[in-house]
Design a protein. Structure first.
Length: 96
């Protein structure tokens, strides 16, 4: 009895669902495919970090040189030499 009721219910639903089918034009089909691709791109972009691109070798070299120069500036050898009392070259021997 239950199976017959389920089959009757399925038969009643199948007819209205079949009547709702539509035939897409080629332009509509293309638009649907573009929308699928764009939604996939949007989903991939949502998980991407903002600065995820790998730097080129030139950018890495420039960054390394900037870091190296910053370290040299932090050493401040000139400032340390000015503070020292002893100078390896006597001031009277320095040419103007």
């Amino acid at each position: 009895a239950d199976i017959e009721g389920i089959l009757d219910h399925q038969a009643r639903i199948t007819t209205p669902m079949t009547a709702q089918r539509v035939e897409l034009t080629p332009a509509q089909h293309r638009d649907m495919q573009v929308a699928q691709v764009m939604s996939a791109v949007t989903r991939m972009g949502a998980l991407r970090f903002t600065d995820q691109d790998y730097p080129s070798s030139c950018e890495r070299r420039a960054s390394d040189l900037e870091d190296f120069m910053a370290r040299l500036d932090r050493l401040a050898v000139d400032k340390l030499a000015e503070v020292q009392r002893y100078s390896p070259v006597p001031l009277d021997m320095v040419l103007p």
